[in-house]
Design a binder for this molecule. Structure first.
Ligand code: ATR
Length: 289
């Protein structure tokens, strides 16, 4: 029940209307018997600073940040977590003295998702599809977790080159190799973990796929698609048809939320509880009612 002691958390972005975050956080608050409510805040362009200052003035406990403000919000923070600083994107604000401290839980969220699926990064050779904001964070994750090599394939090869240079230099490891998407046949003849970090195949364009050629999928032992809707993307289907294992990105969404909740409330969410939230997410997103 909302009363005089209820703490507020929320999401700022534009749009925020399709977010699953209220379901994650309000479910966690219920399971943990926390007096906390999580709400969406639609913030117009140019109002991010005011939104952050307003949230602080209103004693808001924690804030998530989504598109298109993940970089822009950094100007309005009093402190930055080191990892978020490197990635250059913030999705979680934690209340601190005089304002908010910025974190990125997308990347550790993906790591926890991979671990929970039994996928290791250490010493792997990885194909990373894309060079946008999401792919950039994945490239950092790979560099930090001692991946041997990452072949970053992107439609715009120039962008892959820029992102690879930046991640190599900031991580101090020369492990990201940029390539043009169309040159995929030049990949070494071996099996890879492939992470699909483009927006191709996202609902409602579910028939689209980043690479059609079936011979490409023979190089993949495990495919991880950051997209979670549809449940089985065309990329995942092609990986499976070639004998590989394939996963969608819903656990990444789950764990980025759980890590934010843990930061705000200084708790550790048990795995069993995480799975209860996951089941609710599945029911909501895939209409399993
Ligand atoms: P996000 O923050 O989700 O990563 P983004 O920064 O807009 O979004 O990046 C989108 C990614 O999907 C990019 O790698 C983009 O390739 P380009 O850099 O060449 O634009 C990729 N992408 C989107 N539509 C694509 C398409 N039809 N074919 C190939 N790649 C596509």
């Amino acid at each position: 029940m909302i009363d005089g002691h209820t703490r507020t958390c929320g999401l700022i972005g534009n749009p925020v209307e399709h977010t699953m975050s209220p379901l994650i956080h309000n479910t966690l608050a219920g399971l943990l018997s926390h007096n906390l409510v999580y709400v969406p805040f639609h913030v117009e362009e140019g109002k991010v600073q005011q939104a952050v200052e307003g949230a602080y003035a209103l004693n808001v406990l924690g804030v998530n940040v989504t598109v298109p403000y993940k970089s822009q919000v950094m100007e309005s923070l009093v402190e930055m977590d080191e990892l978020a600083q490197k990635i250059g994107a913030v999705n979680t604000l934690v209340r601190c003295n005089g304002g908010f401290k910025g974190y990125n839980t997308d990347m550790p969220g993906l790591y926890r998702a991979l671990v929970s699926e039994g996928i290791e990064l250490e010493d792997q050779e990885v194909i990373l599809l894309g060079a946008g904001g999401a792919a950039r964070a994945v490239a950092f994750l790979c560099a930090v977790h001692q991946v041997k090599k990452v072949y970053m394939l992107n439609r715009s090869a120039d962008k892959a080159k820029l992102v690879a240079e930046e991640v190599n230099s900031k991580s101090g490891r020369e492990c990201i190799y940029p390539m043009a998407l169309e040159d995929y046949q030049a990949l070494p003849d071996q099996k890879f973990l492939a992470i699909q970090a483009t927006s191709v195949g996202l609902y409602p364009n579910i028939e689209d796929v980043i690479i059609q050629d079936r011979s490409f999928y023979e190089k993949i032992h495990t495919g991880y698609d950051l997209i979670y809707k549809p449940r089985d993307t065309s990329f995942m289907k092609l990986v499976r048809q070639s004998g590989g294992k394939a996963y969608h990105g819903l656990k990444m969404l789950l764990y980025q939320g759980i890590i934010a909740y843990e930061l705000w409330n200084e708790v550790s969410v048990p795995e069993k509880m995480a799975m209860q939230v996951y089941e609710r997410l599945e029911r909501e997103i895939y209409n399993e009612k």
